[in-house]
Ligand binder design. Structure first.
Ligand code: NAD
Length: 711
């Protein structure tokens, strides 16, 4: 007999065993349809006299991946029965319930399985409670039931790390009663019949006692370790406290406290930020006019081999990404010396990873064997993708792209790593502008997760789709940007830098500005970052812009530093001074004197500036330019901009990116401050709030809500 209890749940009665199957693609998200379907099927199975045991199972891909994210924010999310009720119905079933687990069994999915009396699984089923990664804790009994089944230490490890564990590693604990080889459903039914035949009592997790020889000492150790590694996020410690209740409190009291902690974490800005980033990464991979999966009959541009031009800072790092992913790379330079130096740097980087024990000699050799250094463009004839990382000069890019156009096979993708130059102009140097795209890596390119994919006016959709897929392969967070000066990240950075520079003019010192922004959470303040990247780059850009605009350049303080040969760390001095071979910035009286002279020359009277104003000006400058970038369609979504800043510019994860930060501060507050800054005598006109920002603030909207409305 088979009855369907909702579209997503089927009940099949096979003589004495009832099988409840969840089937809601892709991963059995526990939305209302599944929750109510399970509750109804359970009632029906218990009401059937012939049924002696119940098997609860999912699909080969997933027992359940947890909550149904598509239901968040809809009325269904709050519709009864909630997950905790469903789990207690399973646990309270008078007939034995056996959870049969294949695929993923995560979060609420594992909590549901913990409600069953017995669990059997395929060996490679993946079990975990990843809530901590979203700044939460398992809120449906996970912190109380898991320690009762696998012990305090193992449970705490799983809950605080959020990492999934294969069922094979849990076999032999009361969490996994049996590993099934072969057909899971058959195996689970056999197991259920054995339970009945043996007359085994129902094993309810709630009735078990947590085992540990010295829980107080262990928990104190756990608190210390977790506090030291939580980076200011509250969830990991809250997980420890919740698990501690499993040993100190009665079960129902533990459940109540777990729920309280869950609700409290849900309201923290840190969890808000982590959930935002999770959704942002999913959204960024979708492009409205490029199908996520290209139909089978469309030949997809495959990228199996790569050419890189320029073996400098970026070319070397870019090359390593592909070598690491198992792809052969042809690396081209114009001079043997530069080529040798680039290859030696790559080898040295791998050797230092080897010394840290994170790479074997065999892996190092394999990676280096995939690299073909060359001085000849003929070596690029057959590659599927070429990325140029030569000097940031349009004439050099022109010479490279003209040669690529001559030599590369038809259909090869021609990419530029340019930071600022006009990609459409670069595409125009070839007879195949549809094949040209920007792949903007961040330094160090083998480490930083961000990849800005720059879509030119004529970039073909399948070129874009192929590069998005490639980004996944080399484990980058890809964000698509339109063409403008500096694309998303560097265009905003220019406003941020100008705001920081304006603070110096007005009375602050570099160390104060950096200190305030680092306290806000940035990995590095703008002046330290400038010293690291090299001040000569910005100097060259400003000179270029002035020349392009046909205006005489008015040097800012950074230009004066460069005029004095202070290019940053590489010259031992920039905004700070550096001791030989060291990277620690030391405030420099010479810089203070240079700044004082600069102010005096311009008749600027320095004033005292507070840390709050520093943070506000710098971050709001980012937000304001972000709003313009959104309005122009350079970025598709506010959350894309957040991903750029989080993954490429050291913006603090706990703040979720500049645009989410603005949403949380309140857009009317941002507009009010920007108007105040714009009203200062002689203020840069870019302080005027962007029209989109004003529009959203007046409508009572946020960047995120605008995004959801459009999605
Ligand atoms: P770099 O000076 O370290 O390296 C450039 C390399 O290109 C040198 O090794 C040089 O010998 C080689 N080269 C120059 N002309 C060439 C040609 N015609 N053919 C072959 N090789 C040639 O510069 P970089 O910092 O690696 O920057 C390269 C590109 O990457 C620039 O467009 C830059 O804007 C961009 N970029 C740099 C960064 C960064 O932080 N450094 C970040 C993102 C993007």
């Amino acid at each position: 007999m088979s009855t369907s209890h909702s579209d997503a749940v089927t009940l099949t009665i096979e003589n004495d065993v009832a099988v409840i199957e969840m089937n809601k693609p892709p991963i059995n998200g526990l939305g209302h349809a599944l929750r109510s379907g399970i509750a109804d099927a359970l009632d029906a199975a218990n009401a059937e006299d012939a049924v002696k045991a119940i098997v609860l199972t999912g699909t080969p891909r997933a027992f359940s991946g947890g909550a149904d994210v598509s239901e968040f924010g809809t009325p269904n999310a709050a519709r009864e029965p909630n997950l905790r009720v469903v789990i207690s119905l399973v646990e309270g079933s008078p007939k034995p319930v056996v959870a049969a687990i294949a695929g993923v069994c995560l979060g609420g999915g594992l909590e549901l399985a913990l409600g069953a009396h017995f669990r059997v699984a395929l060996p490679d089923a993946s079990l975990g409670l990843p809530e901590v990664k979203l700044g939460l804790l398992p809120g449906a009994g996970g912190t109380q039931r898991l320690p009762r089944l696998i012990g305090l230490e193992a449970a705490l490890n799983m809950i605080v790390s959020g990492e999934a564990v294969p069922a094979s590693r849990l076999a032999g604990t009361p969490l996994i009663d049996a590993i099934v080889e072969g057909d899971l459903k058959e195996g689970a039914m056999r197991y259920a019949r054995q339970v009945v035949a043996d007359g085994r009592p129902l094993k309810r997790a709630r009735d078990l006692k947590v085992q540990h020889p010295n829980p107080a000492a262990f928990l104190q150790f756990a608190r210390n370790t977790v506090a030291a590694t939580a980076k200011g996020f509250p969830a990991p410690l809250a997980c420890v406290e919740a698990v501690a209740h499993s040993i100190a409190k009665p079960f129902d009291e533990g459940l109540r406290l777990e729920r309280e902690a869950f609700v409290a974490l849900m309201g923290t800005p840190e969890s808000r930020a982590l959930r935002h980033v999770f959704a942002a990464e999913r959204a960024a991979s979708k492009l409205p006019d490029v199908p996520a999966s290209v139909p089978a009959d469309t030949p997809l541009r495959t990228i199996a081999t790569v050419g890189v031009i320029g073996a400098g800072t970026m070319g070397g790092g870019i090359t390593m990404n592909f070598l690491n992913a198992g792809m052969p790379v042809v690396l081209l330079e114009t001079k043997q010396e530069a080529l040798d130096k680039g290859v030696a740097t790559i080898r040295r980087n791998y050797e230092s990873t080897l010394k840290k024990g994170k790479l074997t000699q065999a892996q190092l050799d394999e990676r280096m064997a995939r690299l073909t250094p060359t001085l000849n463009y003929d070596g690029l004839r057959d590659v599927d993708l070429v990325i140029e990382a030569v000097f940031e000069r349009i004439d050099v890019k022109q010479s490279v792209f003209t040669q690529l156009d001559d030599v590369c096979k038809p259909g090869a993708i021609l990419a530029s790593n340019t930071s600022y130059l006009d990609l459409d102009r670069i595409a125009g140097f070839t007879k195949r502008p549809g094949d040209v795209i920007g792949l903007h890596f961040f330094s160090p390119a083998n480490v930083m997760r961000l990849l800005e994919i720059v879509r030119g006016a004529r970039t073909a959709p399948d070129v874009l789709a192929a590069c998005m897929a490639l980004a996944k392969k080399i484990r980058k967070v890809a964000v698509v940007s339109g063409v403008c000066d500096g694309f998303i990240g560097n265009r905003m950075l220019a406003r941020y830098g100008a705001a920081a520079g304006g603070l110096i003019d007005a009375g602050a010192l570099p160390q104060q500005v950096d200190g305030a922004l680092q306290k806000f959470g940035l990995a590095m303040g703008p002046f330290r970052m400038g010293d690291l990247a090299g001040l000569d780059i910005g100097w060259a850009t400003r000179k270029r812009r002035a020349a392009e605009a046909g205006i005489e350049m008015r040097p800012v303080v950074a230009d004066k530093l460069c005029e004095a040969g202070r290019f940053g760390q590489k010259t031992g001095a920039g905004w700070y001074r550096y001791e030989a071979g060291k990277r620690d910035p030391i405030p420099d009286p010479a810089v203070e004197a240079l700044i004082a002279d600069y102010r005096a020359e311009r008749g600027m009277a320095p004033r005292k500036i507070g840390d709050d104003e520093i943070v506000e000006r710098c971050i709001y400058a980012l937000v304001n330019e972000g709003a313009r970038i959104l309005a122009e369609g350079i970025a598709a979504r506010a959350s894309d901009i957040d991903l750029v800043y989080l993954n490429g510019y050291g913006f603090p994860l706990k703040r979720g990116g500049p645009m989410l930060y603005a949403d949380l501060v309140g857009l009317p507050n941002v507009v009010r401050s920007l108007r105040r800054y714009a009203a200062d005598a002689g203020a840069d006109p870019s302080w005027q709030p962007a029209p989109l920002l004003v529009e959203l603030a007046e409508a009572g909207h946020t960047f995120n809500r605008r995004q959801e409305g459009c999605a």
